[in-house]
Design a protein around this ligand. Structure first.
Ligand code: SAM
Length: 291
């Protein structure tokens, strides 16, 4: 049996064989620890009846782990140079479909409804390229895709923001967006030393279980996110100050005082203390007061 891809010697050997260098601009930090990748696959709870969408196959370290456990794996890789490598390293598996495409341009819904149609559950996963972490996360969370979960390896600091609760320094619009669509759970911290090349910061494996319904009900989802962004515009300012500034810029004559009263929220609070439900209440109150 061939040695697993996720080891320092095999990774170096594969890169040398194909005369390849790591492209920093594409976030190429390859994983060298097979045990950690196994734990990541465990966290997805994938079974032999399930399908996997993988973001950023690299040289196939995580892809081969999924291929051993899932029914079908569709793995996206943007770097053309890695395609012959993947054909080579993943040759022992017949359940992998490699797509040379930017994940942000992929029609994920169509993929779920065609290629992965005959699977029981679909999970998404990836050791994400740093430069594009948030857009990739939001693409999977916002589209209300028929997937069970998204399990990703990302920078520790970003993971902390995604999983943060109200009243903490890391809590912000990213936490709210993620928790609106999913239940976030940090699985484990991963040291920077187990990547080649070694990044400057540690990573975290975080799992999002997608909700069937968003965490709170709002009449106008777009307004909800606009209100949140405006509320956090200047973190040290009060909610009232941030929202007054935003409404002024929009030329809106909404009665902010009345809206706070209706939502039962003190305008002197800071955005970082509000729960999702409170932001939902405030959004609906602003709509009712003429915004
Ligand atoms: N899965 C491999 C591993 O764990 O070793 C590689 C992970 S590496 C952090 C991220 C991979 O994503 C790179 O191979 C990079 O070329 C690829 N990538 C970067 N941007 C991408 C995009 N927009 N769509 C698809 N793949 C992308």
């Amino acid at each position: 049996m061939t040695k697993e891809i996720a080891t320092p010697s095999r990774t170096r050997e594969i890169m040398d064989q194909h005369h390849l260098s790591f492209k920093k601009s594409l976030g190429q930090n390859f994983m060298l620890d097979g045990n950690i990748l196994n734990k990541m696959v465990d966290a997805t709870e994938v079974t032999a009846e399930d399908g996997v969408i993988e973001v950023g196959a690299g040289i196939g370290a995580l892809t081969e782990k999924f291929a051993k456990r899932a029914k079908k794996v569709v793995a996206f890789e943007i770097d053309q140079r890695l395609l012959p490598v993947l054909t080579d390293t993943l040759a022992p598996y017949d359940n992998i479909d490699i797509r040379h495409q930017d994940i942000l341009k992929a029609d994920l819904r169509e993929l779920c409804e065609t290629t992965l149609k005959d699977t029981r559950h679909i999970v998404a996963a990836g050791n994400l390229p740093y430069y594009v972490t948030t857009p990739i996360l939001m693409a999977f969370l916002e589209q209300k895709l028929p997937i069970e979960s998204l399990t990703v390896m990302i920078q520790k600091e970003v993971s902390e923001r995604l999983a943060a609760v109200p009243g903490t320094k890391s809590y912000g619009s990213l936490s709210i967006a993620a928790q609106y669509y999913a239940e976030a759970e940090e699985i484990m911290t991963v040291s920077a030393t187990v990547f080649m090349p070694r990044p400057n910061v540690d990573s975290t494996i975080i799992r999002f279980r997608l909700r069937n319904q968003p965490a709170v009900h709002v009449d106008d989802e777009r307004l909800f996110f606009d209100v949140i962004r405006a509320s956090f515009a200047q973190r040290r300012k009060t909610l009232a100050n941030n929202l007054r500034h935003w409404l002024g810029k929009k030329g809106a004559h909404t009665d902010l005082h009345e809206a706070f009263h209706l939502a039962d929220i003190d305008g002197k609070r800071r955005a970082e203390t509000l729960t999702l439900a409170e932001f939902a209440g405030l959004t609906d109150a602003l709509s009712k007061k003429g915004f």
